[in-house]
Each structure stands twice: as structure tokens, then as C-alpha cells.
Design a protein around this ligand. Structure first.
Ligand code: BGC
Length: 748
């Protein structure tokens, strides 16, 4: 009867959402979970909690047959997926299907820009579309669970995993993370093209000390709640069905045993009823951390903290039976974990539809997917500098030199975490410029350097000679994919190899120089920016990066991206982020820097404020920065009132004018400062943004509605609330510029 109800509800769901709510369907799921759970032995329960990454099919099949595996990762052949699923469904005692997982981070076959680049679009729709494309392609091979989005707030560019993040800002990351969740999971988890999302890494992994991957973090509860947790809460609210624990120990407690975040916050406060998986062997690694004596201790601490599934350490399956016998882990804790796993499997419709149907028309690299990837890349490339209207190129240009180690590096431009992307499908800038504009322009290519770390100066002279004969030069520098990503941290953020020499030698020719940086992080490029007439920054842009860049260079596409993180001037300036608190001695705009300090200057004659003598107080580019070929003017900022009650909404309206010669899109950003708090507050926080398209010469009023409740934060008493008092609000083009208005929040 219940199964029939479920089918009835499912059928109705497609017709009318009102008639049969998720709640009703899920109630039925709970009954099915309980019924199945009551039939399971302890061994079978522990089997469900075990996730393996198998290499040998027969060995895996034997374990699956015995009910010792709940999920696998890293199978990408649909026939193999179906073969192993058949063993689970038909040959194990209870026939519980497996969940098949894989890291599908920024595309499966069609690779989109790395998440940092996606965040630079400030366009959640395009990000959602990217995740949907990834899900369509990956589920066609039987992958129904991805370990994404990675929504770790990342404020230190030394950390290689910054590439996988949406940058430094909690609000932007929350919006983008939620968009990815929606895209991966689609409308309903039980749709065969739905790929379950996994919010990771829970939590504060991005605060790794010194930017060194896996390192300890020391994030106090208030900062955790105000900065690191909001994107995870937003992901949970967007329906993200799974969470992954993090490798790092925060203030001494490894993420995989952090009961406070896994139970008190995730389950009790947020009421999350999805499933929690460890990171790869992160349970076992608690032994190296010096937090657990052995695998048994690790399994106990994980499950007692609220973990449901163990990724590959096998500490759960090997030890928890004894732990239950000894009373160190309760049967209730095991049942809770298994409930969370089975609930997910029922919600995914795996019992009804365990096998992958290979689509009759292949979906991988579908034309629409490539187009979506191109559009995402177009919107992700940031115009940092454009002196004397160097860009876009005009009809006058005859000969263009394309040079640099990233000009024709099909694998490198895909970026990190692309296990399944194939470089044969990549369109590089060189290829695209030749194919798309080669009939108008004579394109000359000289690599200059073989790869980004190449220190040999041999090719530079050739590139310089070619530059002398060209009307303009495009040099593509940056970093190879392997220099960012997991376990790939750097202490020096300057361009690797002889890339700086190449850029400077090209600049010395006096030819208009367009530098394009393709990288997995914000690199230190102050000197290259200075030497170039125009500068584009492209976080590894994926399969379609080439055509996107070509269209930007030739003006078919007007850049609209904004940086999702602050660009340091020098490596030693990191961590650097706009939403810092004020010190008691904030820097003044005109601080004297190191080269201006008189010899023999007295101790108190300079400095004494919060800045670096060599790097200054300002970053190279502030958060939210990005130019356009046109220019936008802001005027007439108005607030709906100057005093608001806690339940009110603030309406801020500004007049935006496209004052330049090109049609273009501006990302209008709204920031707020809570001037005085029960604890010190950030100097600015992004609260809203909108992409506004205007034709050349057009104007429009841009309005934001901000509920006062969104000014709440975790204050001195560790309660989440809006504190009455004075605020400042800015609307503008980036985090360092904008029109401002003051308002107050009063207690009514
Ligand atoms: C990473 C995770 C990833 C997992 C599975 C780990 O090393 O930290 O982000 O999902 O491997 O591949």
C-alpha cells in the first residue's frame, strides 16, 4: 500500500506540486527506512556505512555480495556500474543498492571554469546551469553522487584548494554554493539525472594555517558562525543531501570527530536529515593527528561525533562491531547513521531505479553543454586593466602575436580536479583566435616558454622578434593546473619560471601588450600589470576558455566578471580580504612606504598604523573589482528611510548609467557596515548583488530590498541577532568604491 502511495505521489508530483508534498513522500520514506532497518544485522548496518574506492572488480563484488559496502566511488564505466549494482541488488541478502560517487567538481566531460572562475561571474543562473550540465553528463555514466560544492571560505591564495572554492566572501559563496546544489540535484533527487551534492569540507578547512594544505586551523566559534558556516547553512537550506567532514583539526579537534559542528550545529540547530561522509581516509588520519590511538578509536570518535559513512579508511567496518559489544558506540548511534544512509537511497529512488540507462543520444560534450561552458567562461574572465582602450582589438589590426606558455596548453587550462575531462576537446586561445578571427588577422604564434615553470630564456628572443613585427601582442601566462588544487600549496605567489622576463621583454618592444593570466588562484602580478597595456585574468577557464577569450579580445563579448577575492600585491600580504575588522590603528590613505622613508628616520616618525611598509595597506585589486569595455556611472543613491525597525526591509535604489560606447553588463554590489557592535565588525560586508545589462547610453534605476534581519550576526553573547545602532551602506562597482548612505536600526 505504502509503495503504491509513493508511486502515486511521484506520478502526481509531475502533474501538480500542490497535491502531494515532499513531506508526504518523505513520511513514506521514513516508514520504508524503518522497515528495512528492522531486518538488518549489525554487520549489514556497518556495511552500509562503508564506502570503498575499488580497483579489483571481483574483490569488490565479493564484499558487495556479503553486504559489506554501502557506496563506491570512482567507477565511471556505466556497464561496470550496472554490473556491480546487479550484485548489490540481486545477490546481497537485502538487495540494497549502492550509491556510486565521483568528484565531479566543475564539469564531468565538458569542463566549466574552476569554481573560482564561476564565482567571478556573480551569476548564480550560469553556475546552476554548469552544475546541471555536469550532472547530465556524469549520471549518464551512472554517477549519482558528487563531492561538490566545495564552499570553504578561502582567504589565503597560498592554499592550492582556493581554486575549488568560490573565494573569500560568505555571502557570494552561499549564493554560488546553493546554485551548484540546485544544478547538481535538479528538481528531485529521484530523477535519474539528479546527482546528489555534497557540501564540503565541514568546516573551516580553508583557514589552513599558512595556507598549507591539511594544516591545523584556529577558528573560534564566533568566526566559525559568522564567516565559515553560512555557506554550509545555505547549502543545507537549498536541499544539499550530504555533507563531508574536513581533514583539518580546528582548535585541536579534527573535523571528522567534531561533535559540536556535526551534531550540535548541523543536526540540532539546522535540522539536517541528510547524510554525512568522512573525507578520504580522514577517520584513519586522526591517528596521525595524534587524536586517536588506532582505527577502532577513530571509528568510535567519528560515529559518536555524528558521521554516517566512512570514505575508504575501513575503520568502521573493521572495528565497530566490537565497539558496540563493548558499549563504546550505542546501537542507536549506528541505527541513526544507517537511517541517514537509507533515507538518502530511498529519496534517490535507487530501490526503484538502481541501474543507469545509457542515453540513446550521447550527452557528453553536447553542443548546448559546450555553449553553456563558453558562456560561463566569457562571464568569468576579469578585465583588470585596459589603458588607452587597448582592448577590444579594432579592424586596424593586421598582425597579432600570440605567445606565452598558456596560449596553447589544452590540459592546463582545464584546471584542477578534472579526472574525466579530456584535453582533446579543449579549445585553447591560440586555436580559437586562429579559427574564429584568422580570416581578419594574421595570427603569429611563438610560445616563448614551453610551460609555466620553464626557466629557459631561449624562446624569449624569438617571441620578442615576432612582437616587433606585430601590431599587438597577446601573452598568456599563469600556472599549470597541477600548481593549484589539493595538496598543492605555494609559498611564493609570483609567476613561475621565466614568465616575468617574458612579459617584460615583450613590454620593452613598445607594442600594445595584452597579458592574460590563466591560473588556479590570484597570483601576485603587480609588475606584470604595470608592464601591460591591458590585463585579463582568467581562473582556469575549462574546455571552452579559448573561444571565450577570443571573443573578448575582439569585442564580441564585453567582460563583466568581478574578482571573488582580493588580489595581493605581495605574497607576504596574505591572508588579505576586504571584510576584515578595523584595528585600533587603521591605515591612512597616504601612508609613507619603504622607499620614501628617510635614512635614519626615528622609530615613531613613520608607520605606527596597520599596514606593511613594503606592500602598503591596499591590495592590488579589491574584492568585487573588474572593468568593462564601457564605463558605468552611479548616481543618486536613495534609501527608503534613514531609520528601520528589526522587522523592516531596507530599499536602496541607485541610478546606473552606461556612459561608454559599448553595451555591457555591470555587477552592482551592495555592502553594509555595522559601525559599532558588541564585538568588532567587518569594515564592509557584501549583502546583495545584481547583474544589470545596459545598452550604450542607457540608464536605469537599480533597486535592492534588504531585510533588516540580514544584518544579524553572532555577537558577544553568541546569539544571532541584529544589534540596533548606526550602519553605513554602499552601492557600487567593487568593494573599495561606491556611493554611500547612513541609516540606523532602532528597537521598536
Ligand atoms: C578530498 C575531497 C574529495 C575526496 C574524494 C579528498 O582527498 O579532500 O575533497 O572529495 O578526496 O576524492
Amino acid at each position: 500500500m505504502k509503495a503504491r502511495n509513493l508511486m502515486f505521489c511521484a506520478a502526481l508530483a509531475t502533474l501538480s506540486l500542490a497535491s502531494c508534498t515532499n513531506k508526504e513522500i518523505y513520511k513514506d520514506v521514513e516508514a520504508r527506512v524503518d522497515s528495512l532497518l528492522s531486518k538488518m544485522t549489525l554487520d549489514e548496518k556497518l556495511g552500509q556505512m562503508n564506502q570503498l574506492s575499488p580497483w579489483n572488480f571481483d574483490e569488490l563484488a565479493e564484499k558487495v555480495r556479503k553486504g559489506e559496502v554501502g557506496s563506491i566511488l570512482n567507477y565511471t564505466d556505466p556497464e561496470l556500474v550496472n554490473k556491480i549494482q546487479k550484485v548489490a541488488v540481486e545477490e546481497s541478502r537485502l538487495g540494497i543498492p549502492l550509491i556510486v560517487a565521483r568528484d565531479v567538481i566543475h564539469g564531468y566531460k565538458t569542463i566549466f571554469p574552476i569554481p573560482l572562475g564561476q564565482a567571478a561571474t556573480f551569476n548564480p543562473e550560469i553556475v546552476e546551469r554548469g552544475a546541471r550540465v555536469a550532472a547530465l553528463e556524469a549520471t549518464s555514466d551512472g554517477i549519482r553522487w558528487t563531492f561538490a560544492p566545495m564552499i570553504d571560505i578561502s582567504r589565503d591564495a597560498r592554499w592550492g584548494r582556493i581554486a575549488e572554492s568560490c573565494g573569500e566572501d560568505p555571502y557570494l559563496t552561499s549564493v554560488m554554493g546553493a546554485a551548484m546544489v540546485k544544478g547538481f540535484q535538479g528538481d528531485s533527487l529521484d530523477n535519474p539525472t539528479s546527482m546528489v551534492a555534497c557540501a564540503k569540507h565541514f568546516v573551516a578547512y580553508g583557514a589552513a594555517e599558512g595556507g598549507q594544505d591539511y594544516n591545523s586551523t584556529f577558528v573560534p566559534e564566533r568566526t566559525l558562525r559568522n564567516v565559515y558556516l553560512p555557506p554550509f547553512k545555505a547549502a543545507a537550506e537549498a536541499g544539499c543531501a550530504t555533507f563531508m567532514t574536513s581533514f583539518n583539526d580546528n582548535d585541536g579537534v579534527p573535523g571528522t570527530a567534531n561533535r559540536f559542528v556535526l551534531k550540535d550545529i548541523l543536526r540540532d540547530e539546522w535540522k539536517f536529515d541528510g547524510m554525512v561522509v568522512t573525507d578520504w581516509n580522514s577517520a584513519g588520519e586522526m591517528i596521525s593527528h595524534g587524536f586517536c590511538t588506532d582505527g577502532k578509536d577513530a571509528a568510535e570518535k567519528s560515529v559518536n561525533a555524528g558521521v554516517d559513512m566512512d570514505m575508504v579508511s575501513e575503520t568502521f567496518i573493521k572495528n565497530l562491531k566490537l565497539s558496540v559489544d563493548e558499549g563504546k558506540v550505542s546501537m542507536q548511534a549506528i541505527d541513526n547513521a544507517v537511517r541517514n544512509i537509507l533515507r538518502l537511497k530511498f529519496r534517490m529512488g535507487l530501490f526503484e531505479h538502481p541501474y543507469v540507462d545509457v542515453p540513446s543520444v550521447p550527452v557528453k560534450y553536447a553542443e548546448t553543454h559546450l555553449q553553456a561552458a563558453k558562456e560561463a567562461a566569457e562571464q568569468s574572465v576579469i578585465l583588470m586593466k585596459n589603458d588607452s582602450r587597448t582592448l577590444p582589438f579594432t579592424d586596424k589590426m593586421r598582425t597579432l602575436l600570440v605567445t606565452g606558455p598558456m596560449a596553447d596548453a589544452p590540459y592546463e587550462q582545464l584546471g584542477t580536479w578534472i579526472f574525466d575531462g579530456e584535453q582533446e576537446h579543449t579549445q585553447t586561445p591560440l586555436k580559437a583566435i586562429k579559427e574564429m578571427y584568422g580570416d581578419k588577422v594574421n595570427v603569429v604564434y611563438e610560445p616563448g616558454l614551453g610551460y609555466s615553470r620553464d626557466k629557459s630564456l631561449n624562446g624569449i628572443a624569438k617571441a620578442v622578434n615576432a612582437a616587433r613585427r606585430a601590431d599587438a601582442v597577446v601573452v598568456l601566462v599563469g600556472e599549470e593546473a597541477v600548481l593549484s588544487g589539493e595538496g598543492h600549496s605555494l609559498a611564493n605567489l609570483e609567476l613561475q619560471g621565466a614568465q616575468r622576463q617574458l612579459v617584460k621583454a615583450l613590454a620593452a618592444t613598445g607594442k600594445p601588450l595584452v597579458t592574460i593570466v590563466m591560473a588556479g588562484r590570484p597570483l601576485v602580478i603587480a609588475e606584470e600589470a604595470e608592464a601591460s597595456d591591458a590585463l585579463l585574468y582568467s581562473f582556469h577557464p575549462g574546455t571552452m576558455g579559448g573561444p571565450a577569450i577570443a571573443d573578448i579580445l575582439f569585442g564580441k563579448v564585453n567582460p563583466s566578471a568581478k574578482t571573488p577575492l582580493t588580489f595581493p600585491r605581495m605574497s607576504g600580504q596574505v591572508p588579505v580580504y576586504y571584510a576584515h575588522n578595523n584595528t585600533g590603528r587603521p591605515a591612512k590613505p597616504d601612508e609613507m612606504l619603504i622607499d620614501d622613508i628617510p635614512v635614519g628616520a626615528g622609530q615613531t616618525s613613520v608607520g605606527g598604523r596597520s599596514f606593511y611598509l613594503d606592500a602598503g595597506a591596499k591590495p592590488l585589486y579589491p574584492f568585487g573589482y573588474g572593468l568593462s569595455y564601457t564605463s558605468f556611472e552611479y548616481s543618486d543613491l536613495k534609501l527608503s528611510s534613514d531609520t528601520f525597525g528589526p522587522e523592516d526591509e531596507i530599499t536602496a535604489t541607485v541610478e546606473l548609467r552606461n556612459a561608454g560606447r559599448y553595451d555591457g553588463t555591470e555587477v552592482v554590489q551592495l555592502y553594509v557596515q555595522d559601525k559599532v557592535g558588541s564585538v568588532t565588525r567587518p569594515v564592509k560586508e557584501l549583502k546583495a548583488f545584481r547583474r544589470i545589462f545596459l545598452k550604450a547610453g542607457e540608464s536605469t534605476a537599480v533597486s535592492f530590498t534588504l531585510p533588516v534581519s540580514e544584518l544579524a550576526f553572532w555577537g558577544y553573547d553568541m546569539r544571532y541577532k541584529v544589534e540596533p545602532g548606526d550602519f553605513k551602506l554602499w552601492v557600487g562597482t567593487n568593494s573599495a568604491e561606491g556611493l554611500s548612505a547612513d541609516f540606523a536600526v532602532s528597537v521598536r
